[in-house]
Design a protein around this ligand. Structure first.
Ligand code: PRP
Length: 183
């Protein structure tokens, strides 16, 4: 019998904690300026689980009255592969009709998750709906999707850390690293 041992290690750091902190602060300033004077408080919606850490840092860099809410979604995903089917495990607690909504995600890859969520929320008739992602991997798109705010554009590499996982591991890392999966 052949026993296959899979090991996973971090190949290199793509963005260290100082770089992430600085970029998140820039995004917060940009968002604060764009929404200033809108009249109604902003609703910032984080998409669990991946966006949890980015969301927590981002909202503390937005100098505006705001409220927060979360959705929990997942795609059928095993390791580094996805089937693209989106499941909503937790919906919003908040009615968004007439609200300015900012949807926050850790990464847009195929674009399937954000396209699905964008359409879902747009159908609830918010006053406005914009999307902020920390990472954009445009080379992997299956569904056209352009975020309104983006932290970093990255090549087609599998990344973990700062909320992003591989089979639920590595989310707690304070930096973003490229995962090297060796069989
Ligand atoms: C990840 C990520 C996005 C989605 C992006 O979620 O948080 O929601 O994949 O990929 P896509 O553009 O190809 O749809 P995942 O399903 O891994 O769940 P998680 O947020 O709990 O890590």
């Amino acid at each position: 019998m052949i026993t296959r041992i899979m090991t996973h290690c971090l190949e290199r750091v793509l963005f260290d904690d100082v770089t992430i902190t600085s970029r998140v602060a820039q995004l917060g300033r940009e968002i604060s300026l764009d929404y200033r004077g809108q009249g109604h408080s902003l609703l910032v919606v984080g998409v669990l689980k991946g966006a949890a850490i980015f969301m927590a840092d981002l909202v503390r860099c937005i100098d505006l009255p705001l409220t927060i809410d979360y959705m929990a979604v997942s795609s059928y995903r095993s390791g580094t592969c996805t089937s693209g089917t989106v499941n909503v495990h937790k919906d919003l607690d908040t009615e968004i009709e007439g609200r300015h909504v900012l949807l926050v995600e850790d990464i847009v890859d195929s674009g399937l998750t954000l396209s699905y969520l964008y359409n879902l929320l747009q159908n609830r008739r918010p006053a406005s709906l914009r999307v902020c992602v920390l990472l954009d991997k445009p080379s992997r798109r299956l569904e056209p999707f352009r975020p309104d705010y983006c932290g970093f554009e990255i090549p087609d590499v599998f990344v973990v850390g700062y909320g992003l996982d591989y089979n639920e591991r590595f989310r707690h890392l304070p930096y973003i690293a490229v995962l090297n999966a060796k069989e």
